[in-house]
Design a protein around this ligand. Structure first.
Ligand SMILES: *Cc1c(COP(=O)(O)O)cnc(C)c1O
Length: 355
């Protein structure tokens, strides 16, 4: 384990915390006092520095802007009843960031440096972690290319940063999704499994069209045939047909979500039957028609579990799912995983890290 003293801390002398209304926190618009910054140059990362949260001064030619070498992560910190700070499986985020980096031809960050910087930052701004039930501190690590050069090549320089946002209860409307069978989020051999900024850019226009039809989110299908379900674009999807949980297997076009992975591990621990395999659009439609689709939900850090209210298809047919309070699995796993993250449940998996 690297010495956490490797992180240089330049504490701000003016906290903004008293200007924040913690009872009305908009998602992702309020930032804590500090941020972490590292620069990559000459083949190595600089020492991580924690400094006041501030604007960046950037040359307009930096390659991230023009060619999109830009990746990120998303995770949360919680306070337990004793006021201690907990992270949930943060080493998974460190590993995934490096996988994304590799795919986008960007430099990896040593896991111990990532962890040391993350812990120091969250500790320093721990008074920003809302303690009330449902609220948490959203943490956004990100990396982008900073070469001041408009020729096409992998950048030689990068910036890595982490900033944090206190967030309130994630109010998720009952979600109405549409299974998208025209547009594509990710194709085989592409960057769908990387948490790359461009994946989001590509998904905005089809999502906007779906919103105009009254849907909240899209469920993407495979690029080649549009016959198989992939994910919701910010969340992975899990279905329950009769008593079995079914979710698309990770084939390289789906972002490997830590929430989904955790939900599946919990389900197996509870003795629930789990199938990770190809899930066809036809199978879901049939299960909706014959009433065997008991539950469907998205899994992701922001909402944890977002129950799906209705599923629409390209031909305009929309099916409504069973009432929310009849969804035994998603209700139970939502409560369980949130209690686990907040230290209100014995951590039999060893997933929480006290910092
Ligand atoms: C981040 C993300 C998810 C959810 O992953 P978690 O690790 O559970 O937060 C799902 N799909 C996409 C495209 C994502 O970017």
């Amino acid at each position: 384990m690297i010495d956490e003293k490797i992180v240089e801390i330049r504490k701000t002398d003016r906290s903004r915390i008293n200007e924040v209304d913690f009872d009305n926190l908009p998602f992702g618009r309020v930032f804590t006092d500090h941020m972490l910054v590292m620069h990559y140059d000459n083949g190595e990362w600089s020492r991580p520095v924690i400094q006041a949260f501030q604007n960046l001064n950037l040359n307009p030619a930096i390659s991230a802007i023009h060619y999109g070498q830009s990746i990120f992560e998303g995770m949360k910190a919680y306070k337990n009843e004793a006021g201690e700070v907990l992270l949930f499986r943060p080493e998974e985020n460190a590993r995934r960031l490096n996988k994304s980096a590799k795919r986008m031809c960007m430099p990896e960050i040593p896991e111990d440096v990532f962890m040391a910087g993350l812990k120091e930052l969250v500790r320093l701004d721990s008074n920003w972690i809302p303690q009330n039930e449902e609220s948490s501190l959203y943490i956004r690590p990100f990396m982008f290319a900073t070469d001041e050069y408009i020729g096409i090549k992998p950048s030689d320089t990068y910036m890595f940063g982490i900033f944090c946002c206190p967030v309130g209860a994630y109010y998720s409307e009952p979600i109405k999704v549409k299974i998208e069978t025209s547009y594509t989020r990710a194709a085989n051999g592409g960057v769908g499994e990387a948490k790359a900024a461009g994946n989001y850019a590509a998904s905005l226009y089809p999502a906007k069209l779906a919103k105009e039809e009254g849907y909240h989110q899209l469920v993407w299908t495979d690029a080649k045939t549009h016959e198989y379900i992939e994910e919701a674009g910010t969340m992975n999807v899990i279905f329950q047909i009769n008593d079995t949980l079914i979710t698309p297997e990770l084939t390289g076009t789906i972002l490997p979500g830590i929430t989904k992975k955790s939900v599946l591990e919990i389900a197996k621990h509870w003795g629930v039957n789990v199938e990770e395999r190809k899930v066809s659009v036809a199978e879901i439609r049939t299960a909706l028609e014959n009433g065997t689709l008991k539950d469907a939900f998205g899994a992701g850090t922001a909402a944890t579990i977002a129950q799906i209210q209705s599923i629409g298809f390209n031909d305009g047919k929309v099916f409504t799912l069973p009432d929310f309070n009849q969804r035994d699995f998603s209700n139970k796993v939502y409560k369980y995983i949130n209690s686990l993250k907040r230290g209100n449940e014995t951590d039999v998996f060893g997933w929480t890290m006290k910092i």
